[in-house]
Write a protein that binds this ligand. Structure first.
Ligand code: PLP
Length: 420
């Protein structure tokens, strides 16, 4: 084993994959390239995050300028820095809640989710209702891989190996608002802190919300005084054709978790957007309440400067209206795949987010089918991956062209036709 096999990849069977990594060395727009000079159309935008596309020198420059000035400084207690203050203000402005506050997280979405869960419980404690500790989440949910996020997840393969998990977490069916109502009843509303909900389920397989689901779930949470936490780690910053999916679905959450598209991945960073009501016990003049939580790199100046520059690009290049315009183009390009005998369903129609579900019987008869399809698609120059072992992900950078979208659909069709 040489030094090139010391890297332990996430979610990988290293027994078979060690030494077989595709080594990505560069990227430009919607494409990346490997160390053997092969170019790939990145249908994933890496892991749903490279919204402005690869190879943006402007973001490298923003990082360099900030690093020369002040690369890093903590924001615990007394300290702030201009990029962190600017970013928090800009993110608060984008939120559908008035008077929002923003808690910055360093590692991405998992930190944002664990922050939101702890903040929800701290809020109820500060309000004199410390028994409100139960967090509810949905089947198919993905909320990251920290302790709370793993526990809130609704993909059994990710949660079962780690059971027992964080306590006082319950799950409900992803598509049934009345099941949420019942679960709150069963737990006792006076014990429920929050409901976690991806407006469009991402890693669980790209499931847009059933019509009326989000409005009804929001109404139930409001009636039971349960905090509604929208996990917008994937959907935030443009993926559904609006700044936030909450805006698209006319949802006003109590908390919103974000990461990925906040910086398009050029620096790891996330943000929890907090409604005034939830912030109030901690910000009220004279309050002694402290949210005893934070990370060494919360409000990291370089990461924040990069995120601000990323928001500048999204605004200046009008990339979010571009997503809205490309939404029907992507859906129309993928639609014919639904007729293939190996395809169970094509889910598209919410921005640049789609999945092609592989037929269940075919997968059961041949468990290697999904991985072989991913490989066959990559051999034809397009990068995708399997979600929940069942569906192929499509979430390209916002700079993707109509011709490139057509190419993704063509390559998928060719790979499905060729697969044995
Ligand atoms: C909805 C959602 N929440 C949380 C996370 C975790 O984010 P990260 O992997 O950046 O920690 C993800 C990652 O895909 C996600 O899709």
């Amino acid at each position: 084993m040489g030094s090139n096999t010391a890297l332990w990849n996430p979610f990988a069977n290293m027994a078979t994959l060690a030494g077989h990594a595709v080594t990505i060395v560069g990227g430009e727009g919607s494409h990346v390239a490997d160390d053997e000079g092969r170019r790939y159309l990145d249908a994933l935008a890496s892991l749903w995050y490279c919204n402005v596309g690869h190879g943006r020198a402007e973001l490298a420059e923003a990082a360099a300028v900030q690093m020369r000035q002040l690369a890093a400084y903590q924001t615990f207690e007394y300290y702030s820095n201009p990029p962190a203050a600017e970013l928090a203000g800009r993110v608060a402005e984008l939120a559908p809640m008035d008077g929002a506050k923003v808690f910055l997280t360093p590692g991405g979405g998992s930190d944002a989710v664990d922050t939101a869960a702890k903040l929800a419980r701290s809020y109820w404690r500060a309000c004199g209702q410390p028994a409100r500790q139960v967090c509810l989440a949905r089947s198919h949910a993905y909320h990251g891989m920290n302790a709370y996020g793993t526990s809130l997840g609704g993909i059994p393969a990710n949660t079962e190996p780690f059971a027992p998990l964080v306590g006082q977490v319950e799950h409900v069916a992803w598509d049934d608002a009345e099941a949420l109502d019942k679960a709150i009843d069963q737990a006792g509303a006076e014990r429920v802190a929050a409901f976690f909900c991806e407006p469009v389920i991402g890693a669980g397989g790209v499931y847009p919300p059933p019509p009326g689901y989000l409005a009804r779930a929001r109404e139930i949470c409001r009636a039971r005084d349960v905090l509604f936490i929208a996990d917008e780690v994937i959907t935030g910053f443009g993926r559904t054709g609006r700044w936030l999916a909450s805006e698209r679905f006319e949802l006003v959450p109590d908390l919103i978790t974000t990461a990925k598209g906040l910086s398009s991945g050029y620096a790891p960073i996330g943000a929890v957007i907090v409604a005034e009501r939830v912030a109030e016990p901690f910000w009220r003049p004279g309050s002694a309440e402290v949210f005893r939580h934070g990370y060494t790199y919360s409000g990291h100046p370089t990461a924040c400067a990069v995120a601000c520059a990323n928001l500048d690009i999204l605004e200046r290049e009008q990339l979010i209206p571009r997503v809205a315009a490309l939404e029907p183009v992507l859906a129309a390009a993928l639609a014919p795949l639904a007729d293939h005998r190996l395809v169970a369903e094509v889910r598209a129609g919410t921005g640049l987010l789609a999945a092609v579900e592989i037929d269940e019987e075919a997968r059961a008869a041949d468990p290697g089918l999904g991985p072989r399809l991913v490989a066959a698609i990559r051999e034809r120059g397009v990068i995708t991956r399997l979600l929940r072992g069942a569906a192929l992900q499509i979430s390209p950078p916002f700079v993707i062209t109509e011709a490139e979208i057509a190419r993704i659909a063509e390559v998928f069709a060719a790979a499905f036709d060729a697969i044995r």
